[in-house]
Design a protein around this ligand. Structure first.
Ligand code: HAM
Length: 438
């Protein structure tokens, strides 16, 4: 077993930290994630996509063939390991290849229906960690498999923008481009090679490899100097075949009719090789260098490439950590975590027994917190306020002796004394009529 390079010799007796490029989502934050996931699932329901849950690892070959040998993901970023039987497996760096593998394996394409799937799960890429870039990150994604119709591309772009808007994120911008198809990309590749041949020696070593293997991958370079050299490179839009030109025009027409704001960005390069025709990203400027909230497009050749019948498809995936940062940046997520509906405060062992009955009854339908540290009633009231509880039930020594409890509405400050056996029913009724209760 090799030593962890992030540890030095003196570190050996230190406690452990989350591996480089990974992070814990603590309870202070996880409620925000739950909200994003809830809104995402509700949006997927409205657009009628159904969930697929896939293995965390797949055969390495699936990603090498699906994503492309010349991509950074396959060349440098995969977490690949050999299992005890010598199989080469890889932690999924993205979701599309696995979805397509599953689509083929389970013959989902039977009949003429479009298969519309979604996922919300972690991905793994060995990238240099920085703001908005992790080695384990979460993606929500959609894949619609089985149609050439440009309306599917428009639906997926609409979904992405609509989701960001539903979450309260204004100012996200959709950028669209076309990646062409096998009819038009060979001539574009030749045109690019011709135009770049004179300056090839000024590009980085990676770009020189990309030039040979797939010159369009050069747009994917993270080196500023290379991107500067590419500034005057010809746009693919000028080389598109009639079918791709028509498809791209239809997508734009549909987006305009759906009032989805977008710009055409001919410099946009996607980091995966499977794209054909429409490609798009939605960016949020406040995120700095890693500003892409989501990216996707059409991949009409992938199903066949991975062993299925020729089937056109289109999809999108989005980095959830980046989305969280954008939401926090705009203040949308600054709101306080919702508190429990009820806090039950009690003092003394008899009161604690009476409280246990009330709590058990309430927890059939509402969220309840209580004290197990033996704190004073004053400290418990303070805790209830800090947690943001909607109501507090107070059972002190005096109350338990008289068989009552005090019910306090923390918003209005009003309080009533109620027979202890009636507390739960009263609160459930009040919370229901106020539309609350969790
Ligand atoms: P991708 O552009 O590689 O596309 O990733 C999609 C999104 O995942 C990015 O826009 C970004 O928000 C997020 N992301 C990517 N890498 C990282 C990282 N290291 N840390 C944090 N977030 C990251 C795909 O994965 C394709 N499967 C999209 C697709 C689906 N195309 C068709 N269907």
């Amino acid at each position: 077993m090799r030593e962890n390079p992030d540890r030095t010799a003196g570190d050996r007796h230190m406690t452990y930290k989350a591996p480089r490029g990974t992070r814990d989502v603590l309870p202070e934050e996880s409620w925000k994630w739950q909200r994003v996931e809830r809104v995402f699932r509700a949006t997927a329901d409205r657009f009628v996509y159904r969930e697929i849950r896939l293995p965390v690892f797949e055969e390495t070959e699936l990603f090498a063939r699906g994503i492309g040998d010349a991509t950074d993901i396959v060349r440098k970023e995969m977490y690949t390991f050999t299992d005890r039987k010598g199989r080469s497996l890889t932690l999924r760096p993205e979701g599309t290849a696995g979805v397509v593998r599953s689509f083929i394996e389970h013959s989902m394409g039977r009949g003429s229906r479009l298969t519309k799937l979604y996922y919300f799960c972690p991905m793994f890429r060995y990238e240099r960690p920085q703001a908005g870039r992790y080695r384990q990150f979460w993606q929500w994604g959609l894949e619609a498999i089985g149609s050439m119709n440009p309306a599917v591309d428009a639906e997926i772009i609409h979904f992405s923008v609509n989701l960001f808007e539903s979450l309260g994120l204004a100012g996200a911008e959709a950028r669209i481009n076309s990646a062409g198809c096998p009819t038009c990309t060979p001539s574009y590749n030749e045109l690019l090679r011709d135009r770049l041949a004179g300056s090839l020696d000024q590009f980085c070593a990676d770009c020189q490899v990309r030039y040979e293997r797939n010159p369009r991958r050069m747009f994917d370079c993270k080196n500023k100097h290379c991107l500067e050299l590419l500034k005057d490179a010809p746009s693919i839009l000028e080389s598109l075949c009639d079918e791709c030109t028509q498809h791209f025009a239809s997508v734009q027409d549909l987006l305009s009719r759906m009032s989805v704001r977008f710009v055409v960005d001919t410099s946009m390069a996607r980091g995966l090789d499977y794209y054909t025709k429409t490609v798009f990203e939605v960016h949020y400027a406040g995120l700095g260098a890693q500003s892409a909230l989501c990216g996707g497009g059409r991949y009409d050749a992938l199903v066949e490439e991975l062993g299925g019948a020729a089937t056109p498809a289109c999809g999108v995936s989005s980095g959830v950590e980046r989305l969280m940062t954008a939401l926090e940046d705009t203040g949308v997520m600054a709101a306080r975590e919702p508190g429990p509906s009820v806090y039950v405060a009690s003092l003394g062992s008899d009161a604690a027994l009476a409280a246990a009955t009330v709590i058990a009854e309430l927890r059939k339908s509402v969220s309840v917190e209580t004290d197990y540290q033996g704190r004073s009633l004053k400290a418990q009231m303070k805790e209830a306020g800090k947690l943001g509880a909607g109501h507090v039930v107070i059972i002190g020594e005096d109350e338990v002796a008289r068989g009552v409890a005090v019910v306090k509405n923390m918003t209005t400050g009003e309080q009533d004394e109620v027979g202890v056996e009636k507390v739960a029913a009263l609160l459930v009724e009040r919370l229901a009529s106020a539309g609350g209760g969790t």
